[in-house]
Design a protein around this ligand. Sequence first.
Ligand code: SAM
Ligand code: SF4
Ligand code: SF4
Length: 342
Amino acid sequence: MQDVDSRLPMILLQDQYGRTKRKLRISVTDRCNFKCVYCMPEHPEWMNKKDLLGFESLFYFCDFMVQSGIENIRITGGEPLMRHGIVHFIQDLQSLRSKGLKRISMTTNAHYLAKYAHDLKRAGLDDLNISLDSLDPAQFFQLTQKNIQPVLEGIAAAKQAGLPFKINTVLIKGKNESQILALVHWAKAQSVPLRFIEFMPLDGDQHWTQADVVSEQDILDVLATQFQIQELKQAHEPARLYRLNGTYDVGIISTITHSFCGECDRIRLTAQGELYNCLFATQGLKLKPILDQLVQQNDQEVHQHLQQRLSEQTTAYIWRKAKGFHSIDRQHRKISMHMIGG
Ligand code: SAM
Ligand code: SF4
Ligand code: SF4
């Protein structure tokens, strides 16, 4: 396999609004064993396995991006623990730390986590985001079509393995806003970080309406019934933090009512190897063909030429990133959350 030629110019990670990209999210599969109402289409059409970007090409891309300035890589899906070889891939990524990679994270539904937590820790994963939308078993089943028990076991295993994690909860009107206080009490009791996420128009069947969104203000109104709330100064994170009774911080990610697009430092790669400069981009950049050629090419000159092309195309695509959520025609978004992964 050919290595990235670091003598060639890398890509510029800046967009037309001056935002520098530091975070890369890679979806390693569109498949998932859950069917979350806010994410999966009723009849998902999984991509053909032969269209998946292979680990060699994916590693080449990660190497190339880290040498260009990416500091954090998050592995997501679909459900990333359903991709065979994922632990090994995380092990491989360790070699990029000496080139500037600072953090390797994963977002998971935790269903298979009990089996993998120790291996992930050993492979060098830094931390996890775990999705958990309800503590009520019946409601959890309604939301995901799966049982909660393996997820709770996965969370216990992450703790045991010493893998730091945050809990992410998507709230939907009329479905699980009743869980706001229950989840806060549960997370607070275990000193686990918790973040609520506003439902975004990224569901597979495009049923989203504004009326389904439990807004940041709705969440604060519920919290105010039991807690004194102090807003903390926003760090360079999408979540706004609120201190409850001076003792526990809860985060709220409110793309709909308080978008953080002005500071967006993310880009995303789908499992098919298509780059997206924004969750709502109407056009991606297909990189699989060129990445596959790059890892197979043994001729030094051809390799250099291809890398130059990869560099130019990627730089231009990132530069064209739109201003953000409110400036994009979301009717024409190309992808849904299970394809690009949060
Ligand atoms: N399967 C893994 C999981 O659920 O954690 C990783 C992929 S999932 C697409 C990544 C994150 O996106 C999850 O935290 C999920 O709750 C969130 N998500 C999915 N659809 C969403 C939507 N329509 N609005 C907001 N967040 C969403
Ligand atoms: Fe699967 Fe994650 Fe989407 Fe739920 S949110 S359906 S667990 S990909
Ligand atoms: Fe970044 Fe696009 Fe999400 Fe805004 S909507 S935070 S620009 S990915």
